[in-house]
Design a protein around this ligand. Structure first.
Ligand code: FE2
Ligand code: FE2
Length: 243
């Protein structure tokens, strides 16, 4: 009797001849993802959403590259926890970027990737030069926005039952961002952030509540900076959905 191939076997069948090692840590069915892609490539809104996700993950990697650069100027200023925060978050973001790099055909990438890289680098480096608390505040603010951004396209797709494997991938990334947000919030002494997710998904991870950001108990400068970062992120998404 012929047994069905396991998921890793199915992935291998769908994958290019040399499977990048980065994908070994994920449990996504690339055969299903590529099959769904045939359909969503005809949907401009989905392509625009994924272009913004790809650009956002590019910027996220550069936030941590910028933070690492700033920390390297004077490593003793920062706690060991801050160093590991940057290293671990950066590795996660690189994984997310690898997923979107593979999923979204190059011709649909943002034409402004260089700008998103520069903006991300500055957004990581400048607060880190101020101090690690400013970096944590920035990351919490960015991730609060990113969580909401992911939910804006996850929730409608979940409701419609569209592209289930793509939704699984997006939820995976969203849940990692929620973890980053909560990790950052805890490190700068802010009240424990809660997730502003759909509340009904939950592919693991620690998302699923509501609220996000911690709000009024924060120092005024933290709330002001969070508002600036949120508005800037929203504007960036609006641009890279088009370009
Ligand atoms: Fe990410
Ligand atoms: Fe993140």
């Amino acid at each position: 009797m012929t047994s069905l191939p396991s998921r890793p076997q199915a992935q291998a069948a769908a994958a290019p001849t040399s499977e990048p090692a980065v994908f070994a840590r994920f449990d996504f069915n690339w055969q299903a993802l590529f099959a769904e892609r045939i359909s969503w490539l005809t949907q401009p809104n989905v392509v625009a959403d994924l272009r913004s996700d790809h650009a956002g993950e590019t910027g996220a990697v550069y936030i941590y590259l910028g933070a690492a650069w700033a920390m390297a100027l004077s490593p003793q200023r920062y706690t060991p926890g801050a160093h590991s925060f940057v290293t671990e978050h950066c590795a996660t973001e690189e994984g997310h970027l690898a997923l979107f790099d593979r999923l979204l055909p190059r011709e649909h990438h943002s034409k402004l990737l260089l700008a998103w890289k520069a903006a991300g680098f500055a957004l990581g480096a400048l607060p880190t030069l101020v101090g690690e608390a400013a970096l944590f505040c920035t990351v919490e603010s960015v991730e609060t926005f990113v969580e909401e951004h992911y939910n804006e396209h996850i929730v409608p797709m979940e409701r419609e039952g569209a592209y289930p494997e793509l939704v699984r991938l997006l939820r995976h990334c969203r849940d990692d961002e929620v973890h980053h947000k909560n990790d950052a919030a805890a490190r700068w002494g802010a009240p424990a952030a809660t997730a502003s997710g759909s509340g009904e998904s939950g592919d693991g991870g620690d998302s699923g509540g509501s609220g996000g950001g911690g709000g009024s108990a924060r120092p005024w400068y933290g709330r002001a900076w969070a508002a600036v970062v949120g508005r800037g992120s929203k504007a960036a998404v609006a641009v890279c959905r088009r370009v």
